[in-house]
Design a protein around this ligand. Structure first.
Ligand code: 6CS
Ligand code: FE
Length: 299
């Protein structure tokens, strides 16, 4: 299908000179129907449906968190990994910013990905089996861990990876304490129900810059102001081991970290096996598979 015809039918147009604006989401948020079994109560499902996220005080036990923290230190010190394209460094300090595909690099993170406390809610929310679209550790080191500007993950995954619908959920697990002050996640509650078309064109090999500092695929000021005025901004804080499940289309971001305390989180993105990637909707070629898996085997 050529781009023109497809773009005409794309329910989530973005970039490439489309009209910048905010449209209602065309798809459900919670895909499970009726009494489908799952760990989340009807009240928690309703909360996720309304807000687009669910914060959990303790998702991972302290001993597992301690193991993951040790693994984090080992990965950060691994010289071979530092040279691997899956390691993304901070633009100015050169310190490590993210490691992608961490569940394929580390057995400890592979075990976390398959943990029923993460996969169970993901399957229930998405109403199907799920596979890992992306995993990453964001280190956000102390003193100069740089921000992640406002964006919808789904806007990028739709435009650059070919994700058809926002039938994906991220789980962010805090590996260090997430404070008000050290660049913890900010989400606009309810923003997941709007799709914001972003200005600009997707540059070739965009991921080489966007994973350090995203500019294309971020909304214009007017859209962000409208969303913030409508929905407010919630700061997600919590101890190591706490977590937040958030819909792929939430408007979210996080400030830079100038405190001495790293804000290191692991993010695992579960996509429905019924939402497998196709050709990108807003880029010439798909991104590398360490950012967007093109193997759709269920967890
Ligand atoms: O482009 C991506 O897939 C990554 N970028 C951001 C800012 N969030 C989602 C994901 O880590
Ligand atoms: Fe994101």
């Amino acid at each position: 299908m050529n781009n023109h015809r497809r773009r005409h039918r794309d329910p989530y147009p973005t970039r490439n000179n489309v009209t910048i604006g905010i449209e209602p989401r065309h798809d459900p948020v919670v895909w499970t129907t009726g009494a489908n079994g799952g760990p989340l109560s009807p009240a928690r499902l309703a909360q996720f449906d309304a807000d687009g996220f669910l914060a959990v005080d303790t998702l991972v036990d302290t001993d597992v968190v301690a193991d993951l923290r040790n693994e984090l230190d080992r990965l950060r010190a691994d010289a071979a990994l530092a040279a691997d394209e899956r390691s993304i460094c901070e633009r100015d300090s050169g310190q490590i910013r993210s490691i992608f595909e961490v569940h394929r690099i580390s057995p400890a993170f592979a075990a976390l990905v398959a943990d029923p406390r993460l996969v169970g809610p993901a399957r229930q929310l998405l109403g199907s089996d799920v596979y890992v679209h992306q995993s990453r550790v964001n280190f956000k080191p102390g003193f100069n861990g740089r921000e992640f500007y406002w964006h919808s993950d789904f806007e990028t995954w739709h435009a650059e990876d070919g994700m058809p619908t926002p039938r994906a959920v991220s789980v962010s697990v805090a590996l260090t304490e997430n404070l008000d002050s050290n660049g913890s996640l900010m989400i606009m509650p309810g923003s997941h129900r709007w799709f914001v078309s972003c200005p600009g064109q997707t540059p070739p090999d965009h991921y080489r810059s966007s994973l350090k500092q995203q500019e294309i695929g971020t909304p214009d000021d007017a859209s962000l102001t409208w969303l913030a005025d409508q929905h407010g901004i919630r700061q997600i804080t919590g101890p190591a081991g706490s977590a937040v499940f958030f819909d792929s289309n939430c408007m979210h971001g996080s400030s830079s970290n100038i405190t001495p305390y790293a804000r290191s989180n692991v993010f695992i993105v579960y996509n429905s096996v019924d939402n497998a990637l196709v050709e990108p909707f807003g880029a010439a070629v798909p991104r590398p598979t360490f950012i967007a898996s093109r193997v759709f085997d269920p967890v």
